[in-house]
Design a protein around this ligand. Structure first.
Ligand code: HEM
Ligand SMILES: *[C@@H]1O[C@H](CO)[C@@H](O)[C@H](O)[C@H]1NC(C)=O
Ligand SMILES: *[C@@H]1O[C@H](CO)[C@@H](O)[C@H](O)[C@H]1NC(C)=O
Ligand SMILES: *[C@@H]1O[C@H](CO)[C@@H](O)[C@H](O)[C@H]1NC(C)=O
Ligand SMILES: *[C@@H]1O[C@H](CO)[C@@H](O)[C@H](O)[C@H]1NC(C)=O
Length: 497
């Protein structure tokens, strides 16, 4: 090659580097500190790390580079503000919520992804407010009480299946079983069908759902494009949703048709249909397409999060028999008092609640939260002005493990959450379900569902760690934290008293 070509190449590279540097000066030019930056990538290299490492990296951002107050990051060239200061978090998620009503929006243009457009997660501004206010009444405690028997049925299936499996195996994968349980529960409550994945894992519903959660490398790559280079995603007409979507559409269509003729069950599908009934304007917002979208969203948002929470909790209880016995005593007391594990009883179980909250502190399935700035905003007490479109990220994982707020942060200590110790918890340091008006709409449902399953499991069997599986291995793929290779436990059935 001639000297000219080399020269051109060098100049090209230098110019590209200069461009990258210029784009990566967004924060430094405004006096905001940043962790060391990699040209072009910014800080997304952390996305490619394995296991807990992406979150340990976030811990460094939090403790070493200013994230515990605030600091800047880049996803390629896109600036992200990490805010770990509790007072600022309170402003952004609650007090000044009007400036941050949205999360980041993705532009999916492929026809196969249409259904995502209608999900509440993709709604912004006033459209979100309207839809959320129509959906919120679906999740009140009265509605949860109505749905309780449906969830109980599925938890009974979980227990009898797990005991049967344990009788024939030295240890069993409870993550897998909890996954079937949450799948059955959502099929029952959000799609109105009995899918019995315990009996038949190959029935259509679990199969269709599985393809949703399978992260082939192709899908992972397309998601990374979606996050970092939306234009590439669009150019190649990449599709986010697998074709199994059509199956769900069919199910919901049929169920809605059946419900319109009568047959009510008090599940989400009923409640969403009813929510739209009383006035035409609401019916417009919550039409058939929108109900389908919310049902699918419930599957996406509720399946793995709840199953992982249950798997983590059962792991911690298997690891510490003191806590497990304490929990069993509490539950036995409740059964004695109420005659059964009733809704009322479950809601009164303080230690059960504490075990789940402590689990969610140690392993929050959603270890990062985000908001998008929707109009220019002066960050209170600082010189910094955020612009419309800026993304703010809250380091949930790091705050949940900050020894400043949680003494011995890596220890499983459910007693932190017992009523007598609650005063010791700093507000805004525990946020597994997010914060403010845009938090998890289904928090009550998720906790109720988890309490029933864990409660029934602990009453029916003694849980022990299986040899060779004493450590929890986790993975953190596309923003969700989950056990990596399942949670293998030994189940010793307890005779009923
Ligand atoms: C233990 C289980 C669960 C955890 C840890 C969890 C956590 C979360 C988190 C962190 C958010 C974002 C909140 C924010 O940005 O402040 C969220 C949003 C959401 N979750 Fe959950 N979730 C769980 C179960 C469920 C279930 C079972 C459902 C449905 C039945 C559900 C439906 C939703 C919906 C619809 C949103 C979006 C709300 C909106 O944008 O207005 N989640 N969840
Ligand atoms: C997000 O949505 C807004 C308004 O709907 C739009 O102007 C903006 O370009 C979108 N951003 C992305 C990254 O798709
Ligand atoms: C979400 O909303 C934005 C703007 O409102 C739209 O451009 C986009 O296609 C929607 N869908 C998804 C999946 O992001
Ligand atoms: C279980 O937890 C208690 C209280 O935190 C602790 O005192 C005990 O040592 C733990 N037991 C085991 C086996 O780890
Ligand atoms: C609350 O925290 C303080 C200081 O960390 C500690 O001394 C005290 O024992 C705690 N109280 C309870 C009830 O845990």
């Amino acid at each position: 090659m001639g000297v000219e070509v080399w020269l051109l190449l060098v100049v090209g590279v230098l110019m590209a580097l200069a461009y990258s540097r210029w784009r990566h000066s967004y924060w430094s030019s405004r006096g905001v500190p940043t962790p060391p930056i990699i040209p072009f990538l910014g800080h997304i290299h952390a996305l490619f790390l394995k296991g807990l490492k992406p979150l340990l990296y976030e811990n460094e951002v939090y403790s070493k580079y200013g994230g515990s107050t605030f600091c800047g990051k880049y996803e390629m060239f896109r600036p992200i503000l990490v805010v770990g200061d509790l007072e600022l978090m309170k402003h952004i998620t609650v007090k000044d919520f009007d400036y941050f009503t949205d999360r980041r929006n993705f532009t999916l243009t492929n026809e196969g992804d249409d259904v995502m457009n209608d999900m509440i997660t993709n709604k912004t501004g006033n459209e979100w407010k309207t839809l959320r206010s129509i959906m919120t009444p679906t999740f009140t405690s009265g509605k949860m009480r109505g749905m309780y028997p449906l969830v109980c049925d599925k938890a009974d299936d979980l227990v009898s299946f797990s005991l049967k499996e344990a009788a024939n195996n030295p240890h069993i994968d409870m993550k897998h079983n909890f996954g079937r349980f949450t799948m059955d529960t959502i099929a029952s409550c959000a799609f109105g069908i009995e899918c019995n994945s315990f009996e038949n894992e190959n029935s259509e519903f679990p199969k269709a759902a599985a393809s949703f959660f399978q992260l082939t490398w192709k899908r992972k790559l397309s998601i990374i494009f979606l996050i970092t280079l939306p234009k590439v995603f669009k150019f190649f007409k990449l599709r986010f949703n697998p074709p199994s979507l059509d199956f769900f559409a069919e199910v919901v269509k049929e169920t809605i048709a059946a419900r319109e003729k009568g047959a009510k069950r008090g599940d989400f599908l009923d409640l969403l249909m009813e929510a739209g009934k009383d006035n035409p304007e609401k019916k417009q917002v919550l039409n058939y397409k929108s109900i389908l979208a919310q049902s699918i969203l419930f599957l996406i948002a509720g399946y793995d999060t709840t199953a992982s929470t249950l798997a983590f909790a059962s792991f911690f209880l298997a690891k510490n028999s003191t806590h497990q016995q304490h929990l069993r005593k509490e539950l036995q007391g409740i059964v004695k008092e109420h005659g059964d594990l009733t809704y009322q009883g479950i809601m009164e179980a303080k230690f059960l609640d504490a075990c789940l909250l402590e689990t969610l502190r140690l392993y929050p399935p959603a270890p990062m939260l985000e908001r998008q700035c929707t109009k220019d905003y002066q960050l209170p007490g600082t010189e910094l002005k955020l612009h419309k479109g800026d993304i703010v990220q809250f380091p949930v994982w790091s705050i949940h493990h900050d020894p400043k707020y949680w003494p011995e942060p890596n220890e499983f200590r459910p007693h932190r959450f017992m009523p007598e110790n609650r005063d010791n918890i700093t507000t805004f340091t525990h946020m597994p379900f997010g914060l403010g008006p845009r938090n998890c709409i289904a928090m009550r449902f998720a906790l109720m569902e988890a309490k029933v399953a864990l409660g029934k499991m602990i009453l029916a069997a003694d849980l022990q760690l299986a040899p060779g599986y004493e450590e929890m291995e986790v993975e953190f793929g596309v923003g969700i934290l989950r056990p990596k290779n399942g949670v293998n436990l030994i189940l010793k059935p307890l005779s009923e008293e």
